[in-house]
Ligand binder design. Structure first.
Ligand SMILES: Cc1cc2nc3c(=O)[nH]c(=O)nc-3n(C[C@H](O)[C@H](O)[C@H](O)COP(=O)(O)OP(=O)(O)OC[C@H]3O[C@@H](n4cnc5c(N)ncnc54)[C@H](O)[C@@H]3O)c2cc1C
Length: 351
């Protein structure tokens, strides 16, 4: 597709950036990630991050909530723990369910996603990189020199990095590899404020994440109104399976019912009917951890895939790690959670 496009996973104006995670390794990688985003902002002279904080809510004694809280405590992530007594003073116009705990990851915020992509592409070109969009990769032939055929030509390189998002398995098929990836279409819902500005980013309303609730044991998350004035983005972390080449054939809206119930219960300042619904895709691995690895037979072919709906904030580190792998360097982080050998039996290799 011609860049920018809305057919994959990275479009839209905003993504959440946070250190609040269930696993130490993500929280620890975010340290450097914040620094790299800020370096990019300085080098390009643009603003890509806005601090809003991230409110994490969930049943106080549940594993799902405690995993976040404990990881943050262990890693000294700056946070504020709210109580049922002081909650509404800090977070007005949100109902905290009885028995729910609440904390705020103070340095979390919003990344301006489409601006970030444009900036990265611009910096890449400034450094001599060439972007060839509107050019479909149709074949890959491995070897000491990799050959990539596209709709417009043939390229040869000593090493190749593949990051095809929801199309990862379609591309990996050319090199005899299939990963256990599931592509889901996500309904990206925007909810109208009854009084404009109630949940606005300018009023310092935070991003939020509900670990589990009355409606579901899966995450519901949201961002303050920002890109569309008067509209708050609130989404369910589960979608319905689709084929990326036929995304919109999937018309399931069962998540919207779950969200309507949640909005009516917890956000009294929103109309519990989505005003805008857009589409995006997740590419999920069975454990929701990324895939960052080399091809088992051709170490000069490296791939990043399966970002499972939480990869954007890690963009700079993912780029750094894929670069290290392609240069044969020792990766800066332990990649064992991201290697394909964890899928033993699930990875089909035709080689
Ligand atoms: C609704 C939604 C909300 C999200 N919220 C967050 C969040 O708050 N925080 C966060 O960190 N992450 C979030 N994510 C996840 C994050 O956006 C994704 O993990 C990330 O954008 C994935 O990027 P990607 O490069 O893997 O895929 P993509 O952006 O889809 O890029 C893949 C590219 O490969 C190209 N391509 C594929 N096949 C070929 C081919 N044969 N030839 C040429 N080009 C090809 C595609 O055209 C596309 O441009 C969210 C995702 C969604 C959908």
């Amino acid at each position: 597709f011609v860049l920018p496009h809305t057919r994959g996973s990275s479009h839209g104006q905003t993504r959440i950036i946070r250190k609040a995670y269930e696993q130490d390794f993500y929280t620890q990688m975010m340290d450097e990630c914040y620094k790299l985003w800020s370096q990019l902002e300085r080098e390009a002279g643009v603003t890509l991050y806005r601090q809003t904080g991230l409110l994490v809510m969930g049943p106080e004694h549940s594993d799902s909530y405690l995993l976040y809280k404990n990881t943050m405590e262990r890693n000294n992530v700056p946070m504020v723990i709210l109580t049922p007594e002081n909650f509404s003073q800090h977070i007005p116009n949100v109902i905290l369910a009885e028995g729910d705990g609440a904390l705020v990851d103070i340095n979390a915020g919003v990344l301006y996603a489409d601006r970030a992509l444009k900036t990265v592409q611009g910096q890449f070109q400034k450094l001599g990189g060439v972007i060839r969009d509107k050019e479909k990769v149709t074949d890959i032939t491995p070897g000491p020199v990799v050959t990539v055929s596209t709709s417009a030509g043939i390229y040869r390189a000593k090493s190749l990095v593949i990051t095809a998002g929801p199309w990862a398995n379609k591309l990996l098929a050319h090199i005899g590899l299939q990963l256990p990836l599931k592509v889901e279409k996500m309904n990206v819902c925007y909810w109208k404020e009854k009084v404009p500005g109630t949940y606005d980013v300018k009023k310092r309303f935070p991003c939020f994440l509900l670990t589990e609730g009355e409606e579901s044991d899966r995450h519901i998350y949201g961002l303050p109104s920002n890109e569309y004035p008067g509209l708050v983005k609130i989404c369910f972390h589960i979608g319905a399976e689709t084929d990326p080449d036929h995304r919109d054939k999937q018309t399931d809206r069962s998540d919207i019912g779950i969200l309507q119930h949640f909005v009516a219960r917890c956000f009294p300042g929103l109309i519990p009917e989505p005003a805008v619904v857009e589409s995006c895709m997740y590419t999920l691995t069975p454990d929701s951890h990324f895939v960052l690895d080399c091809h088992p037979a051709y170490s000069n072919i490296v791939f990043g895939a399966g970002f499972s709906g939480h990869g954007f904030k890690f963009g700079p580190i993912i780029g750094k790690l894929l670069c290290e792998l392609s240069l044969g360097e020792v990766p800066s982080y332990d990649l064992s959670p991201f290697r394909i050998r964890r899928f033993q039996g699930n990875t089909k290799s035709a080689l």
